[in-house]
Each structure stands twice: as structure tokens, then as C-alpha cells.
Write a protein that binds this ligand. Structure first.
Ligand code: NDP
Length: 300
């Protein structure tokens, strides 16, 4: 008897439900403070993918009844100018969340820029204060993509306690914070990376496999335990044959057509983790507003 094909996890549908679930809290905040949560988005330079992400983030913020203020800066903007804008936004009581879209141009040190954001407004959850809180089990703002992965997993599997998760990738924005989130759910966690030996021996024991590598379709079916739940964070642009037209398609880090034959659940790319990242940004903006303004909301 052949293996059953994986159920495809619909990240878009879950994301729109997550956004809907924020509406009562947004309404409550408007009642209590006389205005909706406000997110400032800073975009430096012309990176095409960043422009698409920012457009989506702004649209969805507005759809959820919140305010989104875009600061579009040229690629030549100095670090000093950017830091001075962040300082203004930090001090502006009408701004609840600040997001600096990464990557930044090479002459700007992204890490030091992020550390100047007021941790209470750090809706990306990248500030060391928030990273430290996550690592030590305290309440703070949690990075959006890992949080999106966790919510997708809980919505798909339910209780994650006792399961073995393997995360491929150890970045500060995905792999490491996701490991912390899963540990807090009593999952056993292994992180593998580019220096790991015998990687498929480890990944093929995982009940949950999360790919955050940035290498198109690197994860083949021999990496997967039969019946595993596979979450693909990767976003890779593949040029199509008509190169001169500038057309491309987006694929994940997982070879979807192979792996869906072996896994029990799998996220597609696009339409899996990506939409949840934006939902978690909206979620964080609501949480940041409520905390700073002392409003008791339903969301925990
Ligand atoms: P990074 O480049 O920061 O990290 C990649 C990780 O993968 C590193 O830990 C690296 O190992 C590891 N790695 C690289 N090659 C291999 C290999 N051959 N075998 C095993 N591990 C390997 O990437 P990010 O974490 O920032 O992003 C990962 C992917 O997720 C990207 O495609 C990105 O576009 C996507 N992404 C998607 C988001 C979404 O909203 N859906 C949000 C954020 C990212 P080492 O540390 O040893 O170098």
C-alpha cells in the first residue's frame, strides 16, 4: 500500500482567520485610547522583494483597522539619518510599532540600527531585550516568522509536547527564536546548519521538520521521516526560461513535489509561512499598543 499524500497546510486561510481574530482587540484599543494601533514602516533603498513585502504589510495593517505610516528613504540615506528617524519615532507617542525592513543597504549596519528601536515598539522582535526575554521565558515581542510557524504547527497538530522538531538553519531571525518557542511548548529541538555532519540522518528522525535555509528545494524526500509535518520558511527566486523578460517563480527550501508524497502535512511556498509572518506582525502591533497604553486585551 502506498503512502498517503500530505495534507497541504493553507497558510493564507489561517492567516486571514488570525487577522480577523485581532479585530475585537483593535476595536477595544480604539475605545480606550481614541485611536487605532499605529505601525511605522521604514524602507531604505530599492530592493524589489522588500517593496512587495512592505506593500503587503501596509495593506493588511490597514485592512485590520490599524494605521500604517510608510517612510520610504533612498538607497543613499546615511545611517545617521536613519537613526534620527528611529529616534523621532521612538519618542512619538502616536506610534506603537516600528519596523525597519531588512536587508538594509551595505553601508548601514542593520544590527546596530535594530538595537536603537525602543524594545516596546520592536514589533519584529529582533532587539536583544526581546531576544533575551524569549530565551529566558519572559513575555516580550516575538519575531514574526517563527511565531507564524508555531501558530501554524499548533493549528495543524495541536499539542507539540514530546515531539521532536528539527530546524534546518540557525539565523537570529528564524532558526534560533523558533527553537526557543518550540522548547517553551515542551518540544525536543535539534538545530542543524551548514556545518552539521550526516544531516539527513538527523532530519529523517524529525516529527516536525522546519526548513529555514535559503537554498531552493534543497530538502528532498530522503531528509524526511514518513508522516512528518514539514514547514517550509524558505523564499527563493528561480529565474524562468524567458530570462530576458525578468520573470521568476518562487520556491521554498523543500522539494515540494517529492516531499508531499512522504510527509503528513506540508506548507506550500508561496501561501504557507509567508502570510503568517504578516499576521504575526499585526498581532505584535496590537500587543505592543496594548502593553504601552495599559489596555487589557483578549490576546495573550
Ligand atoms: P540565513 O541565511 O540567515 O540562514 C540560513 C541558515 O541555513 C544558516 O544557519 C546556514 O548555516 C543554513 N544553511 C545554509 N546552507 C545549508 C546547507 N546546505 N545545509 C544545512 N544548512 C544550511 O537565512 P534566514 O534564516 O534569514 O532565512 C532563511 C530562508 O527563509 C530564506 O529563504 C529567507 O528568504 C526565508 N525567510 C522567509 C520569511 C517568510 O516570511 N516566509 C521570513 C524570513 C526569512 P550556517 O549558519 O552554518 O551558515
Amino acid at each position: 500500500m502506498g503512502l498517503k499524500k500530505a495534507t497541504i497546510i493553507d497558510g493564507k486561510e489561517f492567516s486571514s482567520r488570525t487577522n480577523q481574530s485581532l479585530l475585537p482587540d483593535v476595536k477595544l484599543i480604539v475605545e480606550k485610547i481614541g485611536r487605532p494601533p499605529a505601525l511605522a514602516v521604514i524602507l531604505v533603498g530599492e530592493d524589489a522583494a522588500s517593496h512587495v513585502y512592505v506593500r503587503n504589510k501596509i495593506k493588511q495593517t490597514k485592512d485590520a483597522g490599524m494605521v500604517s505610516i510608510e517612510h520610504q528613504l533612498s538607497a543613499e540615506t546615511s545611517e545617521k539619518t536613519l537613526l534620527s528617524l528611529i529616534d523621532t519615532l521612538n519618542k512619538d507617542d502616536q506610534i506603537d510599532g516600528i519596523l525597519v525592513q531588512l536587508p538594509l543597504p551595505k553601508h548601514i549596519n542593520g544590527n546596530s540600527v535594530i538595537q536603537t528601536i525602543n524594545p516596546e515598539k520592536d514589533v519584529d522582535g529582533f532587539h536583544v531585550v526581546n531576544a533575551g526575554k524569549l530565551a529566558t521565558g519572559q513575555k516580550g515581542l516575538v519575531p514574526c516568522t517563527p511565531l507564524g510557524c508555531l501558530l501554524l504547527l499548533q493549528n495543524t497538530i495541536g499539542d507539540l509536547s514530546g515531539l521532536h522538531a528539527v530546524i534546518v538553519g540557525r539565523s537570529n531571525i528564524v532558526g534560533k527564536p523558533l527553537a526557543q518557542l518550540l522548547l517553551a511548548e515542551n518540544t525536543s529541538v535539534t538545530i542543524v546548519h551548514s556545518k552539521t555532519k550526516n544531516i539527513t540522518e538527523i532530519t529523517s528522525k524529525a516529527d516536525i521538520l522546519i526548513a529555514a535555509v535559503g537554498r531552493a528545494e534543497i530538502i528532498k524526500s530522503n531528509w524526511i521521516k514518513p508522516g512528518a509535518c514539514v514547514i517550509d520558511v524558505g523564499i527563493n527566486r528561480i529565474e524562468t526560461q524567458e530570462k530576458e523578460t525578468g520573470k521568476y517563480r518562487i520556491v521554498g527550501d523543500v522539494d515540494f513535489s517529492q516531499v508531499k508524497e512522504k510527509a503528513s502535512f506540508i506548507t506550500p511556498v508561496p501561501g504557507g509561512v509567508g502570510p503568517m509572518t504578516i499576521s504575526c506582525l499585526l498581532r505584535n502591533t496590537v500587543i505592543a499598543t496594548a502593553k504601552r497604553k495599559g489596555v487589557e486585551i483578549r490576546l495573550k
